[in-house]
Design a protein around this ligand. Sequence first.
Ligand SMILES: Cc1cc2nc3c(=O)[nH]c(=O)nc-3n(C[C@H](O)[C@H](O)[C@H](O)COP(=O)(O)OP(=O)(O)OC[C@H]3O[C@@H](n4cnc5c(N)ncnc54)[C@H](O)[C@@H]3O)c2cc1C
Length: 484
Amino acid sequence: MASNKNRDIEQITQLIVADPGLPRPNPTSSYWQNPPHTLSKIQSPTLQRETNHAIIGSGITGLSIAKTLLNSHPTTKITILEARTLCSGATGRNGGQMAANMGEEYSHLVQHLGSEMAGKIAKFTLKNLDCMKELIEEFDTGDICEVQELRKLRVFLNGEKFEAFRGSIALMEGDHPELKGFYKILDGDTVLKKYGIHGAVGGALLPAGTVWPYRLVTKVFEDLLKKFPDRLTIETNTPVINVEHDPTCTTPAAYTIHTSRGSLRAENVFYATNGYTGHLLPRLRGRIHPFKGTMTVQDSNGSVPNQGKDVSWGFHYTPTYDSVTGKSGYGLYYLGQSVKTGYFYFGGENARVDETVSADDSFVGEDSVAHLRKGLPRFFGKDNSSSWKLVSSWSGIMGFSSDGLPLVGRVPSSLSGRSGQGEWIAAAFNGYGMANCLLSGEAIALMALGKKVDWLPGAYGLDEERLKSVLTERESVQALTAKL
Ligand SMILES: Cc1cc2nc3c(=O)[nH]c(=O)nc-3n(C[C@H](O)[C@H](O)[C@H](O)COP(=O)(O)OP(=O)(O)OC[C@H]3O[C@@H](n4cnc5c(N)ncnc54)[C@H](O)[C@@H]3O)c2cc1C
């Protein structure tokens, strides 16, 4: 089947450099976004002509940038430009899991970045999860986000993956004793007997949480608009088409942002555009790429006890590739359960590369949904799933980078193609936005205000060394074809 494999490698090479385009105007309907927030279509009668800071994207990263700018400066004005409705990207379509992935990533990070940087990244993600908690405590006083503090049970479905994980944890704990005890390793028998999960060779528990991210983000936007009515403007259904810089401009607002509703000038432009970023910054294509995820909500009809208060789950397996169908399994399923309804929120990918390296969330692959419907009951030992009901399914677009790390910082001229120094990016969270976005957004907002940020992992920055060595098209192709 070498020819099929070659076909798939060629397709990957083409797909990762393709223009992701603008967010599709007719996305699938996400369970989290129903009913829509009253501000979902917020828009001024006409687009203002000038602002201090233009933020492109209204997900959790755009929110964090806006909140930081508003709170850190007494007068500065902010305009958020959103292609679709408020929070209609990945943040409004994800798995709702607030969990760190530092344990499984640690040994890989050490190999490429050394133990000091790997430790810095691990602690950054933990701090970010603390910030999520603080944000929820401050803004969700009425429990609208159905937040649960719980433990995530990472379930390992084969020995190879489990041993690699244990090795990674041991290395992390040896290098950073202060992280000891964060993960509690379990054997397969305990995973079955205590948590009712079948097929595990082992597992690990870690402190984590679940949340309704769409409700959280829209609620914070609502409160920010009340607190800063003259300084914050949100323009939904306003796709940004391109950005220009005028080096001869004599006022600070040297950027012109062209949108479907006219143009706006700004001093700083923030790209909080995640998997779509390559459309506005073409030189990033291939270095970051969209990755389409599938989510389902499933009802077991009471056949499985409700553990939503105590645990969420991640199922890890060695990535697979079927050269006949061209389908790849990406090594992870993620699962949470609603305490209120008992519904399961279950996601994960097993699809052809043209279905996953895609920015098109206007449809959800039937095969992907069927795969998730078949897989979930089995984890609970139910081979007959006829009584399980599919409540909802949708797709969403993540941003992935060639080296697996987010891109956070000033956009260098070599990437923007413009001489101005007022373009900023926080994107490509590689499926772990809840553990990265808030502080990444805060970091670039503070940098744009000229404040010192010494807590952001240096490996997230866009220095020339990273751009030349690991943030490359070649590395993206390698990462995606490694398992073929
Ligand atoms: C199916 C799925 C499951 C996931 N599960 C989890 C999980 O359980 N836990 C976790 O931590 N992370 C998860 N993630 C990842 C997480 O949701 C993201 O990393 C995070 O939400 C990214 O937030 P963001 O604000 O950077 O991007 P987004 O929320 O994607 O926001 C980007 C916004 O930019 C807008 N935009 C883009 N281009 C333009 C343009 N040209 N003009 C105007 N607007 C534009 C988009 O419309 C969008 O609203 C998941 C993602 C998906 C898709």
